[in-house]
Design a protein around this ligand. Structure first.
Ligand code: ACO
Length: 150
């Protein structure tokens, strides 16, 4: 795993991160909507009740602001002898923090969490424009993404 730039750190999200810009960073990826501090705290509490399933990591910059965010959800299955699959979701690096290998470091850390949880694979869906980024993170293209949109 590459080292983060000087002064940056990576750790699990907590309820205090509402003020550190976790939601603003996610806006780089998609629509986030208006989320109150209470709603944010409730969701973090839901994740913290199932810490073996939900893992969301933040990269903080030297000013203590969120520079990048990403998650892995560890799914327990029946197939592969009650195997586990890690689903990487909602990766976002702040526009002014892109190109510093924060995304790569974050993905590597999430894959490590999957490995330590005993996953036999880690998967994700992405825009074709990001394929080369994920190839550089060590993933390879398989299958076709399908959706039923509501
Ligand atoms: N296409 C091709 N190569 C790329 C791309 C890209 N879109 N983005 C980064 N790379 C390359 C870099 O040039 C670098 O290559 P190098 O090692 O040869 O120098 C390598 O990948 C690692 O790049 P990082 O600096 O770690 O990338 P960054 O921190 O900027 O994060 C990311 C990349 C996550 C795609 C970021 O640009 C971003 O947040 N984009 C907007 C939101 C987004 O699209 N998120 C991913 C959604 S998919 C999902 O959530 C499962």
């Amino acid at each position: 795993i590459p080292a983060l730039p000087e002064g940056y750190q990576i750790r699990r999200i907590n309820a205090d991160d509402y003020e550190r810009g976790a939601l603003e960073t996610l806006k780089t990826l998609t629509t986030v909507g208006k989320i109150s501090k209470e709603e944010f705290t409730e969701l973090i509490n839901t994740w913290d009740k199932n810490p073996e399933i939900y893992h969301t990591l933040l990269v903080l910059n030297p000013s203590g602001k969120v520079a990048a965010i990403g998650s892995i959800i560890v799914e327990s299955k029946l197939i592969h002898k009650c195997g586990k699959v890690g689903h990487i979701e909602d990766i976002a690096v702040n526009r002014n923090e892109q190109g510093k290998k924060l995304g790569l470091t974050l993905i590597r850390r999430l894959i490590n969490i999957g490995a330590e949880a005993g996953c036999y694979k880690v998967i994700l869906d992405c825009d074709p424009a990001n394929e080369l980024f994920y190839v550089k993170c060590g993933l390879s293209r398989t299958g076709v993404e399908m959706q039923f949109r509501f």
